[in-house]
Design a protein around this ligand. Structure first.
Ligand SMILES: *Cc1c(COP(=O)(O)O)cnc(C)c1O
Length: 364
């Protein structure tokens, strides 16, 4: 039978999202790196006081209020900022604008699975270069692959490690294509590569409000690059890619840096405690500058633990792919949630239902 679709669509696997149960479901959700704390009160207040007129009209196509707020926080000009429907929208925009037959997409592995999916949608080739054992950036191989787009997530998922700025600078200088630095987890990290956008014409830094700002459901992301690099992306994007509510709520959240930083500090403190707990259980734990930990159980039975935890209503992330099949990626929750997780693993999935009942946080 003939297909309805382009050959590249028929050939692709498609992104497989992790479980997203409804708020209020009695589970502990540590599978997709949401922030365990609620969004800023300022953002919630904007939502509660929303004038329905904002819904009747089309939104500002450039989300200028949000760009203005972001410009002030980051100290970059407004016209160096592009706003998107979650940062995934912007990653998609970059691939659609830059990748093509003979214009490759290149990235080190393992990393964010979506880069692969987005490339597969194009008639573009994907070059996946394995990280070295210690997550040292394979610069020579990345340069040699000569991508029209090179993706580096830093801090990276699922490893949690940060790529040295000096390595990114070297890479930016040596490739002719676009270097996309995906800083989805920067709010939990000790450094940012943002200054590189001023040094290099081919560098774009991508941020999101999904993780640090506790607004994954809002779908708001943005990129920072020189206006020449942004010009092609502005042509390709959907005219109204940021809805009116996202722009208003996001602007308020961006303005409340103190709250965002306070939550990040709590997550970082919990991350340190959780890492100690896992090490005490004999797990290997990778250093993380994110709101999750990559861990390797001593018996290597990651899938079994993943399934056992799921039985207990605790969701974590398991990737059935080479190099990750013996590891778990676990979002840092509140200290209470983390404690339940650690207890569950310590008891190898034993009956702790009653205890969990007390601690399950509605809507987490
Ligand atoms: C979560 C994540 C994103 C996507 O975030 P959204 O803004 O919610 O689309 C992008 N890159 C990486 C590496 C992520 O982990």
């Amino acid at each position: 039978m003939t297909s309805f679709f382009r050959p590249s669509v028929d050939a692709m696997v498609g992104y497989i999202p992790s479980q997203q149960p409804k708020p209020g479901t009695p589970i502990i959700k540590l599978n997709t790196n949401e922030n365990p704390y609620p969004p800023s009160q300022d953002a919630i207040a904007v939502l509660h006081n929303l004038d329905p007129e904002w819904l009747r009209r089309y939104p500002d196509p450039y989300a200028n209020d949000f760009r203005q707020a972001t410009s002030e926080v980051l100290g970059v000009p407004v016209d160096w900022i592009i706003v998107s429907n979650g940062s995934d929208d912007l990653l998609n925009l970059i691939v659609r604008s830059c990748a093509d037959l003979g214009r490759k997409v290149v990235y080190p592995m393992p990393t964010y699975v979506l880069y692969r999916t987005l490339t597969d949608m194009q008639p573009a080739e994907c070059v996946e270069i394995p990280y070295k054992e210690d997550y040292c950036l394979p610069i020579e191989e990345l340069v040699a692959a000569n991508g029209a787009v090179t993706f580096i997530a830093t801090p990276n998922s699922p490893s949690g490690h940060i790529v040295a700025i000096a390595d990114l600078r070297q890479l930016a200088a040596r490739i002719s294509g676009v270097l996309v630095i995906d800083e989805a987890y920067v709010d939990f990290a000790e450094e940012t590569a943002l200054p590189l956008v001023k040094e290099f014409e081919n560098v774009i830094v991508i941020r999101t409000l999904s993780k640090g700002y506790s607004l994954a459901g809002l779908r708001l992301g943005f990129g920072i690059a020189n206006p020449k690099l942004l010009s092609g992306l502005f042509k390709m994007r959907d005219n109204y890619n940021i809805d009116a509510i996202a722009c208003l709520v996001g602007t308020a959240a961006m303005g409340d840096q103190a709250y965002k930083n306070e939550c990040a500090e709590k997550v970082k403190a919990s991350r340190a405690k959780l890492a100690v707990n896992f090490k005490q259980l004999g797990f290997r734990v990778w250093d993380s500058q994110t709101n999750f930990l990559l861990v390797q159980p001593p018996k290597g039975n990651a899938e079994q633990i993943f399934l056992g935890l799921k039985e207990l209503g605790i969701l974590v992330r398991y990737f059935k792919q080479p190099g990750l099949e013996d590891k778990l990626r676990i979002t840092v929750g509140t200290d209470e949630q983390n404690q339940v997780l650690v207890e569950a693993i310590r008891n190898e999935g034993g009956e702790r239902g009653e205890e969990r009942g007390k601690i399950f946080i509605k809507g987490s």
